[in-house]
Design a protein around this ligand. Sequence first.
Ligand SMILES: [Zn+2]
Length: 60
Amino acid sequence: MPIYEYTCNNCNETFSVLKLTTREEETTCPSCGSKEVTKKMSAFSCCTPTGTGSSFTGGT
Ligand SMILES: [Zn+2]
């Protein structure tokens, strides 16, 4: 499951959100309820290969 980290621009709270969608417009700060949040880079979405059929199964 994709987990995104956000930082609130209002109270500077850092929180993680489990999302199945990329609609970050619905993300609100759990601390103050502000929608002024910035998505941070998560380790889960860093090196995840998107798509199928990648050359990940050995060499020649
Ligand atoms: Zn906040």
